[in-house]
Design a protein around this ligand. Structure first.
Ligand code: PLP
Length: 461
């Protein structure tokens, strides 16, 4: 474990002080994070919180890792930033090479941005421009899945699968249509095999493509493993391969969003490698820079890149901070540490331990409908009734209570009031740092269970 040598400063931004930060939830008063040490965050009062969600699946190396800090210092000392219209930079070149060498298939070209939504916007625009270059401009529609989350910018909102997030911003510029997610807990029939379920979902996608006209569809977009909005949905074996076949049949691009599940979160650097599927475009962020710097990326296949090179010769898109040298240096250091310390092995072992521990302590609880996940990406779905799987009444705002009680206990977990086909449901996302020890996981299980039992009391064991 590494420690933070900086003294905890006593800056107290309590609610008595007027804040000028445009907080998303202005009525909430938040503690001030003043230090981080390994898997722990510390507030202005010295209170410690185990970061069992890594923020929102971001801080995969924990906090204050000395080698990442050193890499950032070194880059700032050399040159913090140089605009990519004029220069390339060493960390961007090295990081792109690192990722391209490890990515599945021919995802050989890496476009660096500052976060997940930007990566998705770049992916959508690249898909559109690819078809323009190929003289097929009518291919402008996207198909995505209900209950997905792809970010909060307008294009990402259009493809995102929660209608209530889009509602205040309609009409949106990007036209997207939605099909069912792969949601075995709610949707797979009791007697339905994984193969039959995957085939049913692939058929649904095919019908949607035919209904829209294949000549009008640019891409199908999906999270390889769905994140917070549905409490972690792991695809059944064969699902992504079936989807890939349908896309290929109709010349539709496959965009996999691994902003949350990528970069080792599931135990593989690229989650889709486990499903043996290669998309045409893949997005990553969060764990890429592990929160040390804001960074995301889009990886494109050689075929798509070459089409642009041979066509107009450039990608009609860009941001001021793309390929930011310091952000790339931080991400490169993060990825090198993960690989050198073989942390993905730890992700797989600790992930197993976490799910088993949660099953042991929580599966008898009448409101715990499902515990699922891959690697250290674990979801708990809460229900009002286990038999009918009726979601909790969203007016009770259980997720807000869970967050508060967990923080009181010194635990950070990520509860969401998601939606189940328009009906609200509550989930918890756990995404602890890859450096967690067996004791850390036991402690997290204990705190998560204590939190759930306090908010949803249950005494008849
Ligand atoms: N895609 C997925 C799957 C995500 O989970 C998120 C964020 O949670 C995003 C995209 C958007 O990323 P960001 O919040 O960095 O813009």
């Amino acid at each position: 474990k590494y420690t933070n040598k900086h003294s905890i400063q006593n800056k107290l931004w309590t609610d008595t002080i007027m804040t000028h930060v445009f907080h998303r939830h202005p009525k909430q008063s938040l503690p001030t994070a003043v230090a981080g040490e390994g898997i722990t965050l510390i507030d202005q009062n010295g209170k410690r919180y185990i970061d069992a969600s890594g923020g929102a699946a971001v801080s995969c190396l924990g906090h204050s890792h000395p080698e990442v800090i050193a890499a950032i210092h070194q880059q700032i000392d050399a040159v913090a930033y140089a605009h990519t219209s004029f220069f390339t930079n060493e960390p961007a070149e090295q990081l792109a090479q690192f990722l391209a060498q490890r990515a599945p298939g021919d995802l050989d070209y890496v476009y660096f941005v500052s976060g997940g939504s930007e990566a998705i916007e770049a992916a959508l625009k690249l898909a559109r421009q690819y078809f323009v270059e190929k003289q097929q401009p009518s291919r402008r529609l996207f198909i995505a899945r209900r209950q997905s989350y792809h970010g909060n910018t307008l294009g990402a909102l259009a493809i995102g699968g929660n209608a209530w997030r889009r509602a205040p911003f309609l009409p949106l510029l990007t036209e997207a249509h939605h099909v069912s997610p792969c949601y075995p807990y709610r949707d797979q029939g009791a007697d339905e095999s994984d193969h039959a379920y995957a085939t049913r979902l692939a058929d649904e996608l095919e019908q949607k493509i035919l209904q829209l006209g294949p000549e009008n569809v640019a891409a199908f977009v999906a999270e390889t493993v769905v994140g917070a909005t549905a409490g972690v949905l792991v695809p059944v074996p064969g699902y992504l391969q079936a989807i890939r076949r349908v896309c290929d049949q109709y010349g539709v691009l496959l965009i996999l969003d691994e902003v949350m599940c990528g970069m080792g979160r599931t135990g593989h650097l690229f989650a889709c490698a486990e499903d043996e599927v290669t998309p045409d475009i893949l997005t990553i962020a969060k764990g890429l820079g592990a929160g040390y710097q804001p960074i995301g990326a889009m990886l494109a296949s050689r075929r798509i890149y070459q089409t642009l090179v041979d066509g107009s010769g450039f990608f009609q898109h860009g941001h001021t901070y793309m390929g930011h040298a310091t952000a790339c240096a931080a991400a490169l250091a993060v990825q090198q540490v993960i690989e050198r310390d073989q942390l993905l092995h730890n992700v797989r072992v600790r992930g197993q331990q976490l799910r088993q521990g949660l099953h042991q302590t929580l599966s008898a609880h009448p409101n715990v409908g499902d515990i699922r996940g891959r690697g250290l990406m674990v979801g708990i779905e809460l229900v009002a009734d286990k038999q009918s799987k009726t979601p909790l009444d969203h007016h009770a705002k259980t997720h807000t209570q869970l967050r508060r009680v967990a923080m009181d206990k010194g635990l950070l977990m990520y509860p969401m009031g998601g939606t189940v086909d328009g009906v609200h449901g509550d989930h918890i996302l756990l995404a602890p740092p890859f450096i967690c020890t067996a004791q850390d996981i036991d402690h997290i299980v204990e705190l998560v269970s204590a939190t759930i039992f306090e908010v949803l009391p249950f005494t008849h064991q």
